[in-house]
Ligand binder design. Structure first.
Ligand SMILES: [Zn+2]
Length: 411
């Protein structure tokens, strides 16, 4: 336990500060913590006088980073799509899979049928896999209910995860994820239902911290999503979007005009979309797990995003259909190998920029005075090793709000 005042010493700190170059590395560093906050970070030899007598925890030269943030997940859902995966690899066509009840509709049916406790029990092992790799801030979306009762149920489960595990959970209402079967051929009517009935009920229970939508040919048009975003903003909720994943519909620019926190996927994003993100301060969230699992070939415009100075985050997109991924370390490796991001960009993508994508940049995402004491300690020599190795978890210790939760988490 590290409540009160504590000093972590004999470590290499990758502060990920936006003001520093690269990783913001400090050798022979110390981190001074009081209660849940970082009070000071710097070379041990410069530790301020009033911290000299505080007990020190010697970290034997290990690497300290901000703890990880997964800013895009659909980790609460019913059922499994493993059989569908197997059918496809055994040569089944999409039509055969759909006829046997596969696809997102199978997840919707299973999520509607599951009780709250069952959804929670199914989600916790997946959440624990993330936490075991140093995650202390996790976004969880609804969007497999597509009716009032199940959307609320999913968000309540997400809130309970934050109460049961040493992790901060931020929730996102994703009612406009897919068209439910009972609204077949009536997508405008479904959008009206989301705006007029579901969103107000979600807000009445304060179950969502943001509102998301899937803007795509197979989902909803920019005009339809814009109606959802207008309603969200009227209720005081920030918005974000799944956009330009499979085609370029201009959803990103529409979302930026609603001051979206993030636009996610972005494989088909064009120059106008990038410019709108830059002007709105919208974070680009790239999702290499979905790119990998769907065997996509269209790469997101990484260099253009870099050139424009758009902050880039990465996330697991943990979901049963297109990204059954619950490892941010593997996500870092995928971002580097598939998208050619640098290891430093990948680490910024699950720390500083992921915090910004969730509207939490003031609170966490870097090792700096005033931020929450959310710190991961790693058995590696240099930060690049986190993105370089595959199937390797070198987490040594994890601090959440100043508390050493290494022993309590993921049990
Ligand atoms: Zn997603």
């Amino acid at each position: 336990m590290t409540r009160g005042r504590a000093v972590l010493s004999n470590l290499t700190a990758a502060t990920m500060s936006a003001d520093a170059d690269g990783y913001g590395l400090i050798q022979n560093a110390a981190i001074a913590i009081e209660a849940d906050k970082i009070c000071w970070v710097g070379p041990l030899e410069e530790l301020p006088e009033d911290w000299q007598d505080v007990p020190r925890t010697d970290l034997n030269g290990r690497l300290a980073t901000p703890s990880f943030i997964d800013c895009h997940t659909h980790i609460v859902y019913g059922g499994s799509r493993a059989r569908e995966f197997e059918m496809r690899l055994n040569g089944a066509t999409y039509e055969e899979i759909a006829r046997s009840g596969g696809g997102i509709r199978s997840t919707v049916a299973a999520t509607r049928a599951a009780g709250e406790d069952e959804l929670l029990a199914d989600a916790l092992p997946r959440v624990d896999a993330l936490l075991a790799e140093g995650v202390t801030l996790l976004e969880i979306k609804s969007g497999y209910g597509l009716d009032l009762e199940t959307e609320l149920k999913m968000l309540r489960v997400a809130r309970r995860i934050g109460e049961l595990r040493p992790v901060k959970v931020v929730t996102t209402f994703l009612g406009a994820h897919a068209l439910p079967p009972e609204y077949e051929g009536r997508s405008d009517a479904y959008i009206s239902f989301v705006c007029d009935e579901v969103l107000p009920a979600v807000q009445a229970e304060k179950l969502a911290d943001a509102v998301d939508a899937f803007c795509e040919g197979i989902a909803f048009s920019p005009e339809q999503v814009s109606r959802v975003f207008d309603r969200a903003q009227a209720l005081g909720l920030p918005v974000k979007i799944h956009s330009e994943q499979l085609s370029n519909l201009g959803g990103t620019s529409m979302a930026a005009s609603h001051e979206a926190l993030s636009a996610d996927h972005l494989e088909y994003l064009d120059a106008a979309g990038i410019q709108s993100m830059k002007e709105a301060g919208t974070v680009a969230v790239l999702l290499p797990g979905a790119f990998y699992f769907l065997r996509e070939t269209q790469h997101p415009p990484l260099q253009d995003l870099r050139d424009a100075g758009v902050p880039i985050a990465i996330a697991t997109d943990a979901n049963p259909g297109s990204s059954p991924l619950t490892s941010l370390l593997l996500c870092m490796n995928m971002a580097c190998t598939l998208f050619r991001m640098t290891p430093q960009e990948a680490l910024a993508g699950i720390t500083r920029n992921a915090a910004r994508a969730l509207g939490q940049a003031e609170a966490c995402g870097t090792l700096e005075a005033g931020k929450q004491a959310n710190i991961a300690i790693w058995d590696v020599r240099e930060p690049a090793e986190l993105a370089y190795r595959i199937g390797f978890n070198p987490l040594n210790r994890l601090f959440f709000l100043g508390e050493d939760i290494t022993k309590t988490q993921a049990n």
